[in-house]
Design a binder for this molecule. Structure first.
Ligand SMILES: Cc1cc2nc3c(=O)[nH]c(=O)nc-3n(C[C@H](O)[C@H](O)[C@H](O)COP(=O)(O)OP(=O)(O)OC[C@H]3O[C@@H](n4cnc5c(N)ncnc54)[C@H](O)[C@@H]3O)c2cc1C
Length: 360
Protein backbone atom coordinates (compact mmCIF):
# COMPACT_ATOMS: atom_id res chain seq x y z
CA UNK A 1 0.00 0.00 0.00
CA UNK A 2 1.16 3.54 -0.72
CA UNK A 3 2.31 5.58 2.25
CA UNK A 4 1.88 9.35 1.99
CA UNK A 5 4.18 11.95 3.46
CA UNK A 6 2.88 15.47 4.10
CA UNK A 7 5.71 17.99 3.84
CA UNK A 8 9.09 17.89 2.13
CA UNK A 9 11.23 19.66 4.70
CA UNK A 10 13.75 17.89 6.89
CA UNK A 11 11.44 15.29 8.44
CA UNK A 12 9.43 14.62 5.28
CA UNK A 13 12.43 14.17 2.99
CA UNK A 14 14.09 11.87 5.52
CA UNK A 15 10.92 9.81 6.01
CA UNK A 16 10.35 9.51 2.27
CA UNK A 17 13.94 8.49 1.56
CA UNK A 18 13.84 5.85 4.32
CA UNK A 19 10.48 4.49 3.14
CA UNK A 20 11.87 4.07 -0.36
CA UNK A 21 15.00 2.47 1.02
CA UNK A 22 12.73 -0.02 2.80
CA UNK A 23 10.99 -0.79 -0.47
CA UNK A 24 7.72 1.03 0.15
CA UNK A 25 5.85 3.08 -2.42
CA UNK A 26 5.64 6.64 -1.17
CA UNK A 27 3.90 9.80 -2.37
CA UNK A 28 5.24 13.09 -1.00
CA UNK A 29 3.24 16.30 -1.19
CA UNK A 30 4.35 19.77 -0.13
CA UNK A 31 2.14 22.79 0.10
CA UNK A 32 5.02 25.12 -0.73
CA UNK A 33 6.63 26.07 -4.01
CA UNK A 34 9.97 24.38 -3.31
CA UNK A 35 11.52 21.51 -1.38
CA UNK A 36 13.31 21.86 1.94
CA UNK A 37 10.90 23.78 4.18
CA UNK A 38 12.67 25.70 6.93
CA UNK A 39 15.56 23.27 6.72
CA UNK A 40 16.65 24.99 3.50
CA UNK A 41 16.83 28.33 5.36
CA UNK A 42 18.66 26.90 8.35
CA UNK A 43 22.30 26.91 9.42
CA UNK A 44 22.29 23.13 9.03
CA UNK A 45 23.77 22.31 12.45
CA UNK A 46 22.36 18.92 13.46
CA UNK A 47 23.26 18.33 17.08
CA UNK A 48 22.54 16.69 20.40
CA UNK A 49 23.61 17.69 23.88
CA UNK A 50 26.90 16.12 24.91
CA UNK A 51 25.27 14.03 27.64
CA UNK A 52 21.69 12.86 27.99
CA UNK A 53 21.55 14.42 31.45
CA UNK A 54 22.39 17.80 29.90
CA UNK A 55 19.50 17.36 27.45
CA UNK A 56 17.11 16.50 30.31
CA UNK A 57 18.33 19.42 32.39
CA UNK A 58 17.89 21.83 29.48
CA UNK A 59 14.45 20.56 28.43
CA UNK A 60 12.92 19.21 31.66
CA UNK A 61 9.33 19.43 30.45
CA UNK A 62 9.88 17.18 27.43
CA UNK A 63 8.87 13.55 27.02
CA UNK A 64 11.86 11.63 28.34
CA UNK A 65 11.31 8.61 26.06
CA UNK A 66 11.31 10.77 22.94
CA UNK A 67 14.32 12.69 24.14
CA UNK A 68 16.22 9.44 24.72
CA UNK A 69 15.23 8.20 21.28
CA UNK A 70 16.50 11.34 19.55
CA UNK A 71 19.65 11.49 21.66
CA UNK A 72 20.54 7.80 21.23
CA UNK A 73 19.83 7.52 17.51
CA UNK A 74 21.25 10.81 16.33
CA UNK A 75 24.88 9.86 15.65
CA UNK A 76 23.89 6.88 13.47
CA UNK A 77 21.23 8.97 11.78
CA UNK A 78 23.81 11.62 10.83
CA UNK A 79 26.03 8.85 9.43
CA UNK A 80 23.05 7.64 7.38
CA UNK A 81 22.65 11.14 5.93
CA UNK A 82 26.34 11.44 5.16
CA UNK A 83 26.34 8.02 3.51
CA UNK A 84 23.52 9.25 1.27
CA UNK A 85 25.73 12.15 0.16
CA UNK A 86 24.76 14.98 2.54
CA UNK A 87 27.71 17.41 2.36
CA UNK A 88 29.47 18.04 5.69
CA UNK A 89 30.51 21.66 6.22
CA UNK A 90 31.92 21.22 9.73
CA UNK A 91 32.76 17.92 11.40
CA UNK A 92 31.80 19.44 14.77
CA UNK A 93 29.21 21.94 15.91
CA UNK A 94 31.69 24.49 17.29
CA UNK A 95 29.73 24.54 20.57
CA UNK A 96 31.34 22.71 23.50
CA UNK A 97 27.90 21.78 24.86
CA UNK A 98 26.87 19.85 21.76
CA UNK A 99 27.94 17.04 19.43
CA UNK A 100 26.97 16.79 15.77
CA UNK A 101 27.78 18.15 12.35
CA UNK A 102 26.99 21.15 10.22
CA UNK A 103 25.56 20.04 6.88
CA UNK A 104 24.96 22.09 3.78
CA UNK A 105 21.14 22.51 3.54
CA UNK A 106 21.01 22.69 -0.24
CA UNK A 107 23.21 19.63 -0.58
CA UNK A 108 21.05 17.88 2.00
CA UNK A 109 17.93 18.49 -0.08
CA UNK A 110 19.74 17.09 -3.13
CA UNK A 111 20.97 14.05 -1.20
CA UNK A 112 17.42 13.27 -0.04
CA UNK A 113 15.62 14.35 -3.20
CA UNK A 114 12.49 12.42 -4.05
CA UNK A 115 9.67 13.24 -6.41
CA UNK A 116 7.38 15.72 -4.65
CA UNK A 117 3.98 17.08 -5.66
CA UNK A 118 4.50 20.77 -4.93
CA UNK A 119 1.68 23.19 -4.15
CA UNK A 120 -0.34 20.29 -2.81
CA UNK A 121 -1.90 19.72 0.63
CA UNK A 122 -0.40 16.48 1.90
CA UNK A 123 -2.90 15.85 4.70
CA UNK A 124 -4.79 13.05 2.98
CA UNK A 125 -6.52 9.85 4.06
CA UNK A 126 -4.66 6.54 4.15
CA UNK A 127 -1.36 5.74 5.87
CA UNK A 128 0.26 9.11 6.43
CA UNK A 129 3.39 10.60 8.00
CA UNK A 130 2.74 14.20 9.05
CA UNK A 131 5.80 16.41 8.54
CA UNK A 132 4.21 19.81 7.95
CA UNK A 133 6.56 21.71 10.27
CA UNK A 134 4.25 22.87 13.06
CA UNK A 135 2.19 26.06 13.19
CA UNK A 136 4.63 29.00 13.33
CA UNK A 137 3.18 30.50 10.16
CA UNK A 138 -0.36 30.69 11.57
CA UNK A 139 -0.68 33.89 13.57
CA UNK A 140 -4.11 32.65 14.70
CA UNK A 141 -2.72 29.42 16.19
CA UNK A 142 0.35 31.18 17.60
CA UNK A 143 -1.93 33.71 19.30
CA UNK A 144 -4.13 30.92 20.69
CA UNK A 145 -1.39 28.63 21.98
CA UNK A 146 1.75 30.74 22.50
CA UNK A 147 -0.16 33.84 23.61
CA UNK A 148 2.38 36.55 22.71
CA UNK A 149 1.60 40.17 23.59
CA UNK A 150 1.51 41.01 19.86
CA UNK A 151 2.04 39.18 16.58
CA UNK A 152 5.43 37.55 16.27
CA UNK A 153 7.46 37.98 13.10
CA UNK A 154 7.93 34.76 11.15
CA UNK A 155 11.53 33.57 10.85
CA UNK A 156 10.84 30.42 8.88
CA UNK A 157 9.16 29.02 5.78
CA UNK A 158 5.71 30.58 5.17
CA UNK A 159 3.75 27.34 4.73
CA UNK A 160 3.91 25.65 8.17
CA UNK A 161 0.54 26.88 9.38
CA UNK A 162 -0.66 23.98 11.53
CA UNK A 163 -2.23 21.79 8.85
CA UNK A 164 -0.73 18.64 10.34
CA UNK A 165 -1.92 19.60 13.81
CA UNK A 166 -5.45 20.28 12.61
CA UNK A 167 -5.60 17.03 10.64
CA UNK A 168 -4.38 15.01 13.62
CA UNK A 169 -6.76 16.71 16.08
CA UNK A 170 -9.69 15.94 13.74
CA UNK A 171 -8.71 12.26 14.04
CA UNK A 172 -8.64 12.30 17.82
CA UNK A 173 -4.99 13.12 18.50
CA UNK A 174 -3.90 14.53 21.85
CA UNK A 175 -1.77 17.62 22.27
CA UNK A 176 1.76 17.48 23.66
CA UNK A 177 3.31 19.64 26.35
CA UNK A 178 4.97 22.94 25.49
CA UNK A 179 2.24 24.47 23.35
CA UNK A 180 3.02 27.95 24.66
CA UNK A 181 6.72 27.65 23.83
CA UNK A 182 8.63 28.38 20.66
CA UNK A 183 12.12 28.51 19.29
CA UNK A 184 13.10 31.76 17.67
CA UNK A 185 15.40 34.73 17.63
CA UNK A 186 15.15 38.40 18.42
CA UNK A 187 15.49 40.06 15.02
CA UNK A 188 15.93 43.75 14.14
CA UNK A 189 12.61 45.62 14.13
CA UNK A 190 12.98 46.42 10.44
CA UNK A 191 12.31 44.88 7.05
CA UNK A 192 14.21 41.65 6.24
CA UNK A 193 13.70 38.65 4.01
CA UNK A 194 14.31 34.91 4.18
CA UNK A 195 17.90 35.21 2.93
CA UNK A 196 18.78 37.22 6.08
CA UNK A 197 17.32 35.02 8.80
CA UNK A 198 20.72 33.88 10.07
CA UNK A 199 22.86 36.95 9.31
CA UNK A 200 20.50 39.44 10.99
CA UNK A 201 19.80 37.43 14.16
CA UNK A 202 20.56 39.66 17.15
CA UNK A 203 22.22 36.91 19.14
CA UNK A 204 23.81 38.96 21.91
CA UNK A 205 21.09 39.26 24.54
CA UNK A 206 23.57 37.80 27.03
CA UNK A 207 25.72 40.96 26.74
CA UNK A 208 22.92 43.53 26.46
CA UNK A 209 20.71 45.32 28.96
CA UNK A 210 17.23 44.21 27.89
CA UNK A 211 14.39 46.75 28.27
CA UNK A 212 10.85 46.91 27.02
CA UNK A 213 9.21 50.02 25.57
CA UNK A 214 7.88 50.99 29.02
CA UNK A 215 11.43 51.25 30.28
CA UNK A 216 11.27 48.03 32.33
CA UNK A 217 14.47 46.01 32.39
CA UNK A 218 12.72 42.67 32.14
CA UNK A 219 15.54 40.21 31.68
CA UNK A 220 18.85 40.05 33.51
CA UNK A 221 21.93 39.37 31.40
CA UNK A 222 22.94 36.46 33.62
CA UNK A 223 19.61 34.72 33.02
CA UNK A 224 19.94 34.53 29.23
CA UNK A 225 20.35 30.89 28.18
CA UNK A 226 23.14 29.85 25.79
CA UNK A 227 20.60 29.48 22.98
CA UNK A 228 18.95 32.81 23.96
CA UNK A 229 15.56 31.15 23.47
CA UNK A 230 14.40 32.23 26.91
CA UNK A 231 14.97 35.95 26.31
CA UNK A 232 13.17 35.68 22.95
CA UNK A 233 10.15 34.03 24.59
CA UNK A 234 10.17 36.69 27.31
CA UNK A 235 10.32 39.41 24.65
CA UNK A 236 7.24 37.89 23.01
CA UNK A 237 5.32 38.65 26.21
CA UNK A 238 6.34 42.33 26.46
CA UNK A 239 4.41 45.19 24.83
CA UNK A 240 4.48 44.87 21.04
CA UNK A 241 6.57 41.67 21.42
CA UNK A 242 9.54 44.02 21.19
CA UNK A 243 12.57 44.94 23.25
CA UNK A 244 15.50 47.32 23.24
CA UNK A 245 18.99 45.82 23.44
CA UNK A 246 21.22 48.44 25.09
CA UNK A 247 24.98 48.06 24.78
CA UNK A 248 28.03 49.58 26.39
CA UNK A 249 31.53 49.61 24.89
CA UNK A 250 32.53 46.40 26.60
CA UNK A 251 29.47 44.56 25.28
CA UNK A 252 30.24 45.68 21.73
CA UNK A 253 33.69 44.09 21.97
CA UNK A 254 32.36 40.63 22.92
CA UNK A 255 32.18 37.81 20.38
CA UNK A 256 29.42 35.30 19.70
CA UNK A 257 30.51 32.44 17.45
CA UNK A 258 32.65 34.07 14.77
CA UNK A 259 31.27 37.63 15.00
CA UNK A 260 31.67 40.53 17.41
CA UNK A 261 28.58 42.08 18.95
CA UNK A 262 29.52 45.33 17.18
CA UNK A 263 29.36 43.48 13.84
CA UNK A 264 25.95 41.99 14.65
CA UNK A 265 24.67 45.43 15.65
CA UNK A 266 26.09 46.98 12.47
CA UNK A 267 24.36 44.28 10.39
CA UNK A 268 20.93 45.39 11.65
CA UNK A 269 19.12 47.70 9.21
CA UNK A 270 19.21 51.36 10.17
CA UNK A 271 15.47 51.43 11.03
CA UNK A 272 16.25 49.23 14.03
CA UNK A 273 19.01 51.49 15.39
CA UNK A 274 17.66 53.92 17.97
CA UNK A 275 19.65 57.00 18.94
CA UNK A 276 19.81 57.32 22.70
CA UNK A 277 17.76 60.56 22.92
CA UNK A 278 15.00 58.83 20.95
CA UNK A 279 14.63 55.97 23.44
CA UNK A 280 11.23 56.09 25.20
CA UNK A 281 13.04 55.97 28.58
CA UNK A 282 16.36 57.10 30.03
CA UNK A 283 19.07 54.52 29.39
CA UNK A 284 21.39 53.48 32.22
CA UNK A 285 24.87 55.04 32.34
CA UNK A 286 27.50 53.73 29.92
CA UNK A 287 25.11 52.73 27.14
CA UNK A 288 26.43 53.75 23.72
CA UNK A 289 24.12 51.89 21.30
CA UNK A 290 20.49 50.72 21.21
CA UNK A 291 18.79 48.29 18.84
CA UNK A 292 15.04 47.67 18.75
CA UNK A 293 14.36 43.96 18.32
CA UNK A 294 11.20 41.99 17.71
CA UNK A 295 10.53 38.42 18.84
CA UNK A 296 10.51 36.20 15.77
CA UNK A 297 9.32 32.63 15.66
CA UNK A 298 11.25 29.88 13.87
CA UNK A 299 9.21 26.93 15.03
CA UNK A 300 6.75 25.80 17.62
CA UNK A 301 7.76 23.39 20.40
CA UNK A 302 4.36 21.88 21.23
CA UNK A 303 2.31 19.90 18.76
CA UNK A 304 0.86 16.45 18.24
CA UNK A 305 1.51 13.85 20.94
CA UNK A 306 3.42 10.80 19.66
CA UNK A 307 5.02 7.66 21.10
CA UNK A 308 8.52 6.31 20.53
CA UNK A 309 7.41 4.75 17.24
CA UNK A 310 6.29 8.24 16.11
CA UNK A 311 2.67 7.07 16.12
CA UNK A 312 0.15 9.83 16.80
CA UNK A 313 -1.53 9.21 20.15
CA UNK A 314 -4.96 9.87 21.56
CA UNK A 315 -5.50 11.23 25.06
CA UNK A 316 -5.89 7.65 26.38
CA UNK A 317 -2.48 6.67 24.95
CA UNK A 318 -3.81 4.54 22.10
CA UNK A 319 -2.39 5.19 18.60
CA UNK A 320 -4.45 6.71 15.81
CA UNK A 321 -4.46 4.05 13.12
CA UNK A 322 -2.13 4.77 10.18
CA UNK A 323 -0.97 8.18 11.37
CA UNK A 324 2.59 9.17 12.31
CA UNK A 325 4.14 12.58 13.00
CA UNK A 326 7.77 13.70 12.79
CA UNK A 327 9.78 16.90 12.97
CA UNK A 328 8.13 19.97 14.42
CA UNK A 329 4.65 18.44 14.01
CA UNK A 330 5.63 16.07 16.83
CA UNK A 331 5.46 18.13 20.00
CA UNK A 332 6.86 17.81 23.46
CA UNK A 333 10.49 16.90 22.75
CA UNK A 334 12.26 20.16 23.61
CA UNK A 335 9.70 21.45 26.14
CA UNK A 336 11.28 23.80 28.64
CA UNK A 337 14.33 24.71 26.58
CA UNK A 338 16.01 24.26 23.24
CA UNK A 339 17.28 21.31 21.27
CA UNK A 340 18.11 20.79 17.61
CA UNK A 341 14.97 20.86 15.47
CA UNK A 342 16.93 19.24 12.66
CA UNK A 343 17.94 16.36 14.94
CA UNK A 344 14.33 15.84 16.02
CA UNK A 345 13.20 15.87 12.39
CA UNK A 346 15.94 13.50 11.28
CA UNK A 347 15.47 10.86 13.97
CA UNK A 348 11.68 11.00 14.11
CA UNK A 349 11.52 10.97 10.30
CA UNK A 350 13.50 7.73 10.29
CA UNK A 351 11.49 6.22 13.16
CA UNK A 352 8.15 7.11 11.55
CA UNK A 353 9.24 5.65 8.22
CA UNK A 354 10.45 2.43 9.80
CA UNK A 355 7.24 1.93 11.77
CA UNK A 356 5.06 2.85 8.79
CA UNK A 357 7.03 0.49 6.53
CA UNK A 358 6.56 -2.33 9.03
CA UNK A 359 2.87 -1.78 9.72
CA UNK A 360 1.37 0.73 7.30
C1 LIG B 1 17.01 30.60 9.90
C2 LIG B 1 16.89 29.22 10.51
C3 LIG B 1 18.03 28.64 11.06
C4 LIG B 1 17.92 27.36 11.64
N1 LIG B 1 19.06 26.75 12.07
C5 LIG B 1 18.98 25.51 12.62
C6 LIG B 1 20.16 24.81 13.00
O1 LIG B 1 21.29 25.22 12.75
N2 LIG B 1 20.00 23.62 13.65
C7 LIG B 1 18.78 23.06 13.87
O2 LIG B 1 18.70 21.97 14.44
N3 LIG B 1 17.65 23.67 13.45
C8 LIG B 1 17.72 24.86 12.81
N4 LIG B 1 16.59 25.47 12.35
C9 LIG B 1 15.29 24.78 12.55
C10 LIG B 1 15.10 23.69 11.50
O3 LIG B 1 15.17 24.22 10.21
C11 LIG B 1 13.73 23.01 11.73
O4 LIG B 1 13.69 22.52 13.05
C12 LIG B 1 13.51 21.85 10.77
O5 LIG B 1 13.57 22.29 9.43
C13 LIG B 1 12.18 21.17 11.07
O6 LIG B 1 11.93 20.18 10.13
P1 LIG B 1 10.43 19.86 9.70
O7 LIG B 1 10.51 18.84 8.62
O8 LIG B 1 9.62 19.56 10.88
O9 LIG B 1 9.89 21.24 9.10
P2 LIG B 1 10.35 22.00 7.78
O10 LIG B 1 11.75 21.68 7.42
O11 LIG B 1 10.01 23.42 7.94
O12 LIG B 1 9.38 21.37 6.65
C14 LIG B 1 7.98 21.48 6.74
C15 LIG B 1 7.41 21.38 5.34
O13 LIG B 1 6.01 21.11 5.41
C16 LIG B 1 5.38 21.80 4.34
N5 LIG B 1 3.94 21.90 4.59
C17 LIG B 1 3.27 22.68 5.47
N6 LIG B 1 1.95 22.42 5.43
C18 LIG B 1 1.76 21.43 4.52
C19 LIG B 1 0.64 20.71 4.03
N7 LIG B 1 -0.60 20.95 4.48
N8 LIG B 1 0.83 19.76 3.09
C20 LIG B 1 2.07 19.51 2.61
N9 LIG B 1 3.16 20.16 3.02
C21 LIG B 1 3.03 21.10 3.99
C22 LIG B 1 6.13 23.11 4.25
O14 LIG B 1 5.95 23.70 2.99
C23 LIG B 1 7.58 22.64 4.50
O15 LIG B 1 8.23 22.34 3.28
C24 LIG B 1 16.67 26.70 11.70
C25 LIG B 1 15.56 27.27 11.10
C26 LIG B 1 15.67 28.52 10.49
C27 LIG B 1 14.46 29.12 9.80
Amino acid sequence: MTISVAGAGMAGLVAAARLRELGRHVVVRDKGSRLGGSMLLSSGVVFRHRSFDDFRAECPGGDERLQRLVWERLDDAIEWLVARGAPVVWEETGNPRTVGKRLDPRGLVEALAVEVELGSDGCVDGPLVLCTGGFAASSELVTRFVRPAASLRLRANPWSAGDGLGFALDRGAALSTGLDEFYGRNMPDAAWDETQLVSLSQLYGRFARVYDGDGVEFFARGDVSWSETNVVQATARRPGAKAFYLLDEEALRQTVRERTVAEMVAAAPSEAHVSLPDLPFDPPPGVVAAVRVVASITHTIGGVRIDDRARVLREDGSPVDGLWAAGVDAGGVATGGYASGLAQALVLGLVAAEDAAATG
